[in-house]
Design a protein around this ligand. Structure first.
Ligand code: NAD
Length: 425
């Protein structure tokens, strides 16, 4: 569902450790706390032999990293990608610990990955691989222990196979063992909109603080996939003006505003937003980032706002739908300019919040409606955004520290507090 991972996996782990170190230092906690938080609690490696369609046996390898469970069961997706490494999975599981803590969910952090190019497998081979991964993992997961979900190149069908394999091995219908399932098997359709809608709600709440509201504010969205399209759609519904959008082929601009649904229809038909004829002009992805807009939503890939272009970014508010779109060097430049950056760890948490609603729904027999699910998401995203804004202003000098520092401080202090209460620190 999401984009392919790009960053070198060792670098990713080093960066995650750096972020943790910074939060620990800002909170005035010691080296002992840093060490207690750094290492994952458990990493499971699974060897997955798959009988291929041509009769041969191919062996794949996958990992599940269970980073921290102080706040509850581990939670995080499983990705299928040829570049997956154990280090990457560990780094991402650490990120999930903070994301879940910041979102106020009763979850710890986990992440899984299988080193495979799923596009090269037949549906039967993909099913065997998914079932094989669960056979290696089932003793370590469960609705009260570790709850996987979809991530890069995994989807509801794969979640259904995994849930079924778990049932075959345990004999118990635990719908809550996995989230992101098809609706008929306990999933929620609202999951499709969750990340983008969450991004829009976070933008709206910060816009209220900065300008008294989001109505009439101009927005540029980079990336028009699941996160970018729904962010644009809901921002438009909230009264913002979507003046520019883009995808990997380029972008379009219209000072009067674009209709996100019309643009999406064109993208579905032609493969790109650039064929939308009602736009005033075509722009490049680089130009989009430097447009004179109020709000910029990077929703494509990482590291697009760098020290090379940060000075030229004119948006006063950046809401990170993508993971890691702003480099640390760029953020420093932007903070000096007074640009507000709503960090990915808060802004794109809509997906995992919806996973929590699905998990709750599975446990109470499916009483939650799609409308209620959306309401819960909106309530949580707006509350979390306001809470982070207040914490940032209360605890830090906002002219020196980005909102990201506050986000990690909030998340880390929650996990530390939970560990202390449990007697682990
Ligand atoms: P997607 O594959 O649905 O869409 C990605 C979009 O980005 C596509 O329109 C693609 O054309 C465009 N794109 C790719 N490379 C680009 C480039 N170089 N310049 C401009 N556009 C480019 O992916 P998604 O699920 O929407 O995820 C987008 C980002 O959001 C990723 O960073 C992902 O990790 C993050 N994210 C997504 C979710 C989710 O639930 N979808 C949750 C959390 C984080």
């Amino acid at each position: 569902m999401s984009r392919a991972p790009q960053k070198d996996s060792r670098l990713l782990l080093v960066e995650e450790e750096k972020i943790l170190r910074r939060a620990v230092d800002l909170l005035g906690l010691g080296d002992d706390v840093y060490e207690a938080l750094r290492l994952p609690e458990r990493v499971i490696q699974v060897k997955i032999p798959v009988r291929m369609d041509d009769g041969s046996v191919k062996v794949f390898v996958g990992w599940r990293s269970q980073h921290n469970s102080a706040l509850g069961p581990y939670k995080g997706g499983i990705r299928y990608h040829p570049g997956v490494t154990m280090e990457e999975v560990i780094a991402l599981s650490m990120m999930m610990t903070w994301k879940n803590a910041l979102a106020g969910l009763p979850y710890g952090g986990g992440k899984g990955g299988v080193r495979v190019d799923p596009h090269k497998l037949s549906p039967r081979e993909l099913e065997q691989l998914s079932r094989g991964f669960i056979r290696g993992l089932y003793k370590y997961i469960g609705p009260d222990h570790d709850i996987p979900a979809p991530d890069v190149y995994t989807n509801p069908q794969i979640m259904a196979w995994m849930m079924d394999e778990y049932y075959r091995l345990t004999g118990i219908h635990h719908f809550g063992v996995i989230t992101g399932k098809p609706k008929l098997l306990g999933g929620l359709e609202t999951r499709i909109i969750a990340t983008g809608f969450g991004v829009a709600v976070a933008a709206r709440e910060v816009a209220k603080k900065m300008w008294g509201g989001i109505e009439g504010r101009t927005v540029a969205v980079q990336g028009y996939g699941n996160a970018g399209y729904y962010a644009a759609k809901f921002l438009h519904e909230m009264g913002a003006v979507i003046v520019a959008v883009s995808d990997s082929r380029g972008g379009i601009y219209s000072s009067k505003g674009l209709d996100p649904d019309e643009v999406k229809q064109v993208k579905n038909k032609t493969g790109s937003v650039i064929y939308y004829e009602k736009a005033e002009r075509k722009i490049t992805n680089e130009e989009l980032l430097e447009l004179d807009v109020d709000i910029l939503v990077p929703a494509a890939i990482e590291d697009v706002i760098t020290q090379e272009n940060a000075d030229k970014v004119k948006a006063k508010l950046i809401v990170e739908a993508a993971n890691g779109p702003t480099t640390a060097e760029a953020e420093e430049i932007l903070v000096k300019k007074g640009t507000v950056i709503v960090p990915d760890i808060l802004a794109n948490a809509g997906g995992v919040i919806m996973s929590h609603v699905e998990w709750m729904n599975n446990r109470i027999g499916g009483l939650i409606t799609e409308e209620q699910a959306k309401d819960i998401l909106e309530e949580k995203m707006s509350h979390n955004t306001r809470a982070l804004w207040d914490y940032w202003h209360r605890e830090l000098d906002t002219s020196k520290h980005p909102m990201r520092d506050a986000a990690y401080m909030m998340a880390v202090s929650k996990v530390v507090e939970a560990m202390k209460l449990r007697g682990l620190l």
